[in-house]
Design a protein around this ligand. Structure first.
Ligand SMILES: NC(=O)c1ccc[n+]([C@@H]2O[C@H](COP(=O)([O-])OP(=O)(O)OC[C@H]3O[C@@H](n4cnc5c(N)ncnc54)[C@H](O)[C@@H]3O)[C@@H](O)[C@H]2O)c1
Length: 361
């Protein structure tokens, strides 16, 4: 197949000149990893998934995503922790993986205030394991990995561009993502391996994370419980539909950085390995986001207006010019369409208007 679809929305990715053999996807039972793995399987690639199925949020969703992926003959999942170097080495020895999409991480800004050590283990030790495995892998081609818009931290100049200084993280989560970029830069420099950082901006869509706003709000609207609206609804985000994010991931994977050619670039974010904003280029306020969800749920939310939370940023807006130029990244999904697809999935998966059944994309 030359296309993949997410909730009936069809995507036509580029012709893959630079991706071959099995693709390793870490965090494959996670939200974005599941969609990336499924897209690759639909496109005919063999996919090796790695995920430790940790209980940061409802493991049932991870198991249900995995059931869908395991229906493909080309899919193998290892329930492994990426910080276990021996286990990860064994996977790389067994499979001739040359392209890697590294998404496994301890996500979440607020959780990093209460569980700081999870971030060090998964996001720092785990990231180093991937770098080590990649650099020793025969015929290694390219690793793209998840960074985050949170690296822009206290920056106030909008939209965020990749040339901006990123020295002021506002949470440990953001600090680990920025550390990943610096670790990748050092490995690209030392070992001349192609590595690319992708700064995601608030990704949402079907099979989304229960700890994120879209999920929490829809659940609360359905159950008639209050929702916490931080910064009185005046926070603004560059919400990105997961299908558009997956197109960016695949486009980037197919465009390996050249560590030698890139070495003439001077800025800290570009260095010997590139980083790209994968946002949506359209800023929406939290209030509008809730209004659209209310429309699709056919029910009003009970709003608990609150001030800003420690570690949160009031606005994230992406300049996506660099990704547009490098691999034609062009997000197409409006917030109205994307949230409609999310609400349809939620209702179907949880049997909100009909008995629960297994949801398929
Ligand atoms: N969703 C977003 O809006 C967003 C925004 C910015 C960055 N990101 C980054 O994108 C990536 C994917 O995010 P997501 O939303 O799919 O999150 P997710 O939590 O749904 O997926 C991450 C997956 O990684 C797995 N994992 C965590 N630690 C692991 C470990 N030590 N070993 C093996 N597996 C492990 C988890 O079990 C989970 O299934 C993460 O790196 C996240 O930090 C996401």
């Amino acid at each position: 197949m030359t296309s993949f679809s997410i909730a009936n929305k069809s995507y036509n990715p580029p012709i893959f000149n630079n991706v071959s053999g099995p693709v390793l996807v870490t965090g494959a039972a996670g939200f974005i990893g599941f969609h990336a793995a499924k897209a690759l399987l639909d496109l005919g690639f063999e996919v090796i998934g790695v995920d430790n199925m940790n209980p940061y949020y409802d493991v049932q969703i991870k198991n249900d995503r995995t059931k869908i992926l395991e229906a493909y003959s080309g899919y193998t999942l290892y329930r492994e922790d990426i910080s276990h170097i021996d286990g990860m080495k064994a996977i790389f020895e067994k499979h001739p993986v040359t392209s890697i999409i590294h998404l496994a991480a301890q996500a979440g800004v607020r959780y990093s205030l209460t569980h700081p050590f999870s971030y060090l283990k998964s996001n720092i030790d785990g990231f180093l394991t991937l770098l080590e495995c990649a650099r020793h892998q025969k015929n290694f081609k390219h690793m793209v990995y998840a960074s985050s818009s949170s690296v822009y931290g206290m920056n106030t100049r909008m939209p965020f561009t990749e040339e901006d200084p990123v020295e002021l993280p506002m949470s440990l989560y953001a600090a680990t993502k920025r550390a990943n970029e610096l670790m990748a830069q050092s490995y690209a420099h030392l070992y001349k391996i192609p590595l690319t950082g992708l700064r995601f901006f608030t990704v949402y869509g079907p099979w989304g994370r229960p700890d994120m706003a879209a999920f929490k709000f829809v659940k609360a609207i359905h159950e008639g419980t209050p929702i916490d609206v931080y910064n009185h609804g005046n926070m603004a985000r560059d919400y990105t539909f997961v299908g558009d994010t997956v197109m960016g991931i695949l486009g980037a994977l197919n465009t390996p950085a050249n560590p030698d050619a890139a070495s003439s670039q001077k800025t800290s974010s570009q260095g010997k390995h590139p980083v790209f904003n994968l946002g949506n280029n359209r800023l929406e306020t939290l209030s509008y986001f809730i209004e659209v969800l209310e429309k699709h749920m056919g029910k009003s939310a009970i709003k608990n207006m609150l001030p800003m939370q420690p570690g949160d940023v009031p606005q994230t807006a992406a300049d996506i010019t660099r990704a547009q130029k490098a691999f034609d990244y062009a997000p197409t999904t409006s917030i109205n369409d994307g949230l409609r697809l999310f609400v349809e999935w939620y209702k179907d998966y949880y049997g909100v208007e009909s008995p629960k059944r297994v949801y398929s994309l």
